[in-house]
Design a protein around this ligand. Sequence first.
Ligand SMILES: [Zn+2]
Length: 261
Amino acid sequence: MKKKTVLYEQLLPAQFIERLNDCPIAYLPLGTLEWHGYHLPLGSDGLQSKAFFIALAKRLGGIVLPTLFLGPDKYISKEGLDYYGMDIHSFDENNPQQLAGSAYHVEDRLFLQMMEATLRNLARAGFKIVVAHGHGPSTNIFRDTIENWENKFGLKLFELWRIGGKGNEGMMTDHAAYNETSLMLALYPELVHLDKLANDSNMVGIWGDDPRTTTEQEGKRVIEHNLALVEARLAEELSKLKWQTREMKYNHMVKKYSSDT
Ligand SMILES: [Zn+2]
């Protein structure tokens, strides 16, 4: 038997319609390619949010979108060089340094345009709820624009900080520190290298509680906690919604498949 997928890009049209009619929720992982300490992979943001959304879609239903890896962040330009995010946060603002591997920055305005275009297309495709989450500054901008976009597109929009746990009990609430390291240990233990932090007394590009004190079990507990909270909240929202199911019925006489023209 073939495995059922929850990934948008892998669905056949009929499978898409079946999942959409059953549960019209789209999940959008907001990622980056960004320094996450010496110990976590560069794609940590998208990896965490995508894996969480896949687990959620398997429990509740819905469809997981491909990860958006471009995102906004604090930005300065100095002597012709770009610095952003942890380049600035981790160093003296007057002496920023480019951290290895970071390649994700776009202006707020462009990010908003990409998000708006995504939501417009998802509403057209028949979704009623969109959950977007991941990289901090991306999630922040999304959250601040929720009301606007809900009115504009007739969607219900959520991010996980509002409907999930808080602090170290939440989803991606620090940067490469205790929380994100817990989640990565639970989801991708083979990609986490805590031994690489042994000689990093400054915790370069890490913001939050000490990542060396967490475990895979802690990450698993936090993920389960959030899955339960978010599933309950979204199920409640679904129960209030009415949506028309879609059909795959077309007029095949409109135009012949056209090698004869
Ligand atoms: Zn992160």
